[in-house]
Design a protein around this ligand. Sequence first.
Ligand SMILES: NC(=O)c1ccc[n+]([C@@H]2O[C@H](COP(=O)([O-])OP(=O)(O)OC[C@H]3O[C@@H](n4cnc5c(N)ncnc54)[C@H](OP(=O)(O)O)[C@@H]3O)[C@@H](O)[C@H]2O)c1
Length: 347
Amino acid sequence: LAITNEQKNCQWRIARRPKGNVVAEDFLYHEEEIPILQDNEILLRTLYLNLAPVMRMYMSGESIAGEKGLDIGDVIHGRGVAEVIKSNNSNYKPGEILQGQIGWQTFKSTEVTERERFRKINNCGLPFSIGLSTLGMTGLSAYFGLLACGKPKKNETIVVSGAAGGVGSTVIQIAKMIGCRVIGLAGNQAKCDLIKELGCDEAINYRTEDIRQTLSNLCQNGIDIYFDNVGGDILSASLDHLAQNSRIVLCGSISEYLHDKPYGLDNYTKLRRTNSCMQGFFIYNYSAQFDAAEKDLSSWLKERKIKPVEHIYDGFENMPKALSSIYDGGNYGVALSRIRHGLNDDE
Ligand SMILES: NC(=O)c1ccc[n+]([C@@H]2O[C@H](COP(=O)([O-])OP(=O)(O)OC[C@H]3O[C@@H](n4cnc5c(N)ncnc54)[C@H](OP(=O)(O)O)[C@@H]3O)[C@@H](O)[C@H]2O)c1
């Protein structure tokens, strides 16, 4: 199956509900005519599509963040980056690059509704995959989670879990730029090497090391900020090592995704003795400030102060296989599929 068809809109739809990890039979390949533009619509040509663990939940019909669950036969939900190739909408011009809800398809026509949360992407001279990484929801989550909730100061010690993932890899780089001492946790040696390359002063392999002991050794004056992507035992271990007035940022709880019952955190009272504060955030609650954040993030990218960390799979035809492989933990940074080569892309 080679999908290089520029004459048709190629789609991946849900064939059946996945049981456990996704397999080829869960996906249905479908081709249809490229949509004809109506008033106010734009036509998008897909360049990149995001791959995220949440997609299995979409395919299972679960309602995520209050949205209606998907049915069998629906195009799989997902954010992507695309080029405007035709426009009947005065706000968009052919040649502009957008990120937003595209779904697993190679073309999309849309009136650009609020629900799709489309945004134009600045040209930083980098491949436009940055619309899914540093300049996408991942980079924005790192930005607001760290700066608005974590409030880092120079020389503070910050511990980041899920450090080799999309959000974590950006948090590390911003924290280093501010002058923090950064300790990252990751699940294998290659990922520990990667986070050190990104600037981590220390890397902890949480699968092979005793997390509590290592945190005691490395954080003798306590943790000032714990940026939590995973929840569970790593969150609990961090609570046992807080400095005075520390901040815990609740970004995600990946370690709990496969458990039926939430982890019972029994040491949250450690916040009391240290005057510490635990704060959750939801990225879309910051949307009024996205433009300002994007300005900062794109200048840091241009100045090479931070860089995108992306795990790129190639080809629309390989998306089902690529999605199944992200559940085995082998990928790093933001996982995405390149559908077509675009401007600034290395061929
Ligand atoms: N609050 C918000 O608005 C917001 C916004 C964006 C994302 N999030 C959440 O933030 C979290 C991080 O997002 P992301 O895009 O960076 O995720 P990601 O790239 O998919 O993964 C982050 C890392 O977590 C690690 N991990 C997986 N299972 C683990 C476990 N059982 N224990 C410890 N670590 C584990 C993996 O690395 P290892 O191999 O090293 O384990 C993975 O690289 C997710 O939970 C996401 O839902 C929240």
